[in-house]
Design a protein around this ligand. Structure first.
Ligand code: SAM
Length: 208
C-alpha cells in the first residue's frame, strides 16, 4: 500500500475509533459504548472481515489490530461509513499485545491470512509462533478459541505444529473451506484474492 504522509493525522482525527497512541492501554473496555464480550483480530488488513462480523453480531465488541498506518486508513473509513459502534481499532504491533491488554480480557482471537514469513530465520515473526500464542493465552479467558485461516500451506503446517507443541486442543479443522463453503464464512480481502488464483483455504479453531 502506498505511503500516505497524512495517515497519522487522519487516524488521530478519528480518535473515537482508532487508538494511535495507546490511550486505552489496559482499559480497552472504556473505548466502547457498551460493556460486551471482546473479540480481537490481529492483522486486520482493510477490514472486510471484522466489519462484516460486527454488523452480524452487535452484541460483541470487536478490536482490529493493525501495524500499518496506511492500511488502517481503509478499515477506519469502513467503520465510519457503516457507523459501527462495536468496532474499535488499535494501531499496534502484535509484539506488544500484553503491554496493551489485561489478562483474561478477551473472548476470541481471529488470525486471517497472517504474513507467512517463509524464511526460517523469520519464524519468530509468524503470528502463530509460540511467543504470540503465549500472549493470546494470557489475554484470552479460559477455554477461549483462536481461529486461524490461511491459503499458505507452509504457514498452516507450522501453525499446527506450533499450536500442538504449545499444548493447544484442535476443536475444528477444514482443509478446503471453499469446497462446500459454510454459509457463515466471511471472505477476507486476501481470501478472495487467493481463492480466485485457485488456492485452497485452510481453517482451524483451537483452544488453550
Ligand atoms: N487479514 C487481512 C486479510 O485476510 O485480508 C490482511 C492479511 S495481510 C497478508 C496481513 C496483515 O497483517 C497486514 O495488513 C499487516 O500489516 C498485518 N500485520 C503483520 N504483522 C503484524 C503485527 N506484528 N502486528 C499487527 N499487524 C500485523
Amino acid at each position: 500500500m502506498r505511503n500516505k504522509p497524512w495517515a497519522i493525522d487522519y487516524l488521530e482525527s478519528n480518535a473515537h475509533i482508532v487508538d494511535v497512541n495507546n490511550t486505552y492501554s489496559k482499559k480497552i473496555k472504556t473505548f466502547f459504548d457498551k460493556d460486551q464480550p471482546i473479540h480481537i483480530e490481529v492483522g486486520t488488513g482493510m477490514g472486510i472481515f471484522i466489519t462484516t462480523l460486527a454488523q452480524q453480531n452487535p452484541e460483541i465488541n470487536y478490536v482490529g489490530i493493525e501495524i500499518d498506518k496506511n492500511v488502517m486508513i481503509r478499515v477506519t473509513e469502513k467503520v465510519l461509513e457503516l457507523g459501527l459502534s462495536n468496532v474499535r481499532l488499535l494501531l499496534l504491533d502484535a509484539n506488544t499485545l500484553m503491554d496493551y491488554f489485561n489478562e483474561n480480557e478477551v473472548d476470541k482471537v481471529y488470525l486471517n491470512f497472517s504474513d507467512p514469513w517463509p524464511k526460517v530465520r523469520h519464524a519468530k515473526r509468524r503470528l502463530t509462533h509460540s511467543r504470540f500464542l503465549s500472549s493470546y493465552k494470557q489475554l484470552l479467558k479460559k477455554d477461549s478459541i483462536v481461529e486461524f485461516k490461511t491459503d499458505n500451506r507452509g504457514l498452516f503446517e507450522f501453525s499446527l505444529i506450533s499450536m500442538n507443541a504449545f499444548g493447544m486442543t484442535f476443536e475444528n479443522l477444514n482443509l478446503d473451506v471453499h469446497d462446500d463453503e459454510p454459509k457463515e464464512n466471511i471472505r477476507t480481502e486476501y481470501e478472495e484474492k487467493f481463492s480466485q488464483r485457485g488456492h485452497k483455504i485452510y481453517w482451524i479453531q483451537a483452544s488453550f
